[in-house]
Design a binder for this molecule. Structure first.
Ligand code: PMP
Ligand code: GLN
Length: 382
């Protein structure tokens, strides 16, 4: 018998719900991915680079042209200048970047603070490094940080705090003031920060994303992670990046070079070309997804689900307490998928200790208009 290093890990909820949706023919609003393609010019660029000899290993740190484009973007959006040689690393997806950052600094016995509900990859990554997650719940309705609980959770073994804004699954966003408050709380303690900002451009109602990159007191101890998959509607390309001060980047790269060594060459070339030619894509993205959020929410006004419009990400939480208060959210998700043809994600799976009586499921609105209309019609009929 093998003794598992991750005895509590099974198949992820995203795989489970997507498989169930396919099996029963439900509209899949569960796992977060668009049902439309990324820009034609971007896809053409990959084909071009595959056909034109860009098929061998790129530099371990990422293609210089792509790191430069990321550098331009960071200057334009966050007003920061980073050394693209020593502070930016291109990775095969944000998940790998987060894993490498954790492996680079967490040792057996270290504690890592995560905010619940928390993204599913963090805890196994910490466990494999020999660390232990300390779960600090966000406030139940607003998903804001409970500063007292956070302060109480920080102790001598705390080595890292994981941030995620805009936040999956709630869509909540941190403000610049939140980041300043966190920096003040950490003070001079020897604590690293991983800031998962994969939804940095999916933020609505004119609000600007507060990046850890723009908060000097946090950035000097931080690994800031993003994903081209979300930003360019190509989740299956699994390409992301991590920005960290030179000393942290050096340690991260020691891990990265033996986990994957590098990202995928033609995809990096294509992203570099596309970012240079179409900077407006990033300016248009919040409006593009806000229109989808608003269409979907307008349609759901006619349903018995209760919700407030999500401020970020492409996820909308809905409360079903008026519909099936007797069902927990896992059973509700199964019921909605099998009986009503719309697959969703139960929120309790993102918690160490689920909130009692919370009746929330997550719906992904990164979908074509006809998909959203068809799904909303089914949801309104429940
Ligand atoms: N972090 C969060 C919060 C996510 O929702 C996701 C996406 N699915 C990731 C990380 C992983 O991104 P990637 O697909 O680039 O590994
Ligand atoms: N991040 C995606 C979500 O939250 C899922 C990615 C995955 O399946 N690993 O739905």
């Amino acid at each position: 018998m093998i003794s598992s290093k991750l005895p509590n890990v099974g198949t992820t909820i995203f795989t489970t719900m997507s498989q169930l949706a396919a099996q029963v023919g439900a509209i899949n609003l569960s796992q977060g991915f668009p049902d439309f393609d990324g820009p034609q010019a971007l896809r053409d660029a990959v084909a071009y680079h595959v056909a034109n000899g860009h098929n061998q290993y790129p530099p371990m740190t990422g293609l210089p042209a792509l790191r430069e484009q990321v550098g331009h973007k960071l200057a334009r959006f966050y007003g920061v200048t980073v050394d693209t040689e020593r502070e930016i690393t291109i990775t095969p997806g944000a998940t790998q970047a987060i894993f490498c950052a954790i492996q680079a600094v967490i040792r057996p016995g270290d504690e890592v603070i995560v905010f619940d509900p928390t993204y599913d990859s963090y805890e196994p990554s910490v466990a494999l490094a020999g660390g232990r997650c300390v779960h600090v719940p966000l406030a139940p309705a607003t998903f804001a940080i409970d500063w007292q609980r956070l302060s109480d959770a920080i102790g001598p073994r705390t080595r890292m705090i994981m941030l995620n804004s805009p936040h999956n699954p709630s869509g909540a966003v941190f403000s610049g003031a939140d980041l300043d408050q966190l920096a003040a709380l950490i003070g001079e303690r020897d604590i690293y920060v991983v800031s998962d900002e994969v939804y940095e451009h999916l933020i609505y109602d004119g609000v600007a994303h507060a990046s850890v990159l723009a908060c000097e007191a946090l950035y000097r101890r931080a690994f800031v992670v993003s994903s081209f998959g979300k930003t360019y509607h190509v989740t299956g390309w699994k390409t992301g990046y991590v920005v960290a001060p030179p000393a942290l980047t050096a340690e991260l790269r020691k891990v990265h070079q033996f986990v994957s060594f590098c990202g995928v060459t033609p995809i990096q070339w294509a992203l570099a070309d596309f970012m240079a030619a179409h900077p407006e894509h990033l300016d248009e993205l919040p409006g593009f997804y806000q229109a989808k959020r608003d269409l979907f929410c307008d349609l759901l006004q006619g349903s018995r689900f209760r919700f407030t419009r999500t401020p970020g990400t492409y996820f909308q939480l809905v409360d079903y307490a008026q519909i099936r208060p007797d069902l927990n959210d896992v059973d509700m998700s199964l019921w909605m998928t099998k009986e009503h043809g719309v697959a969703c994600i139960p929120v309790s799976v993102f918690y160490n200790e689920p909130v009692r009586e919370q009746r929330l499921v997550r719906l992904c609105f990164a979908k074509r208009e006809e998909t959203l209309r068809e799904a909303a019609a089914k949801l309104c009929a429940i």
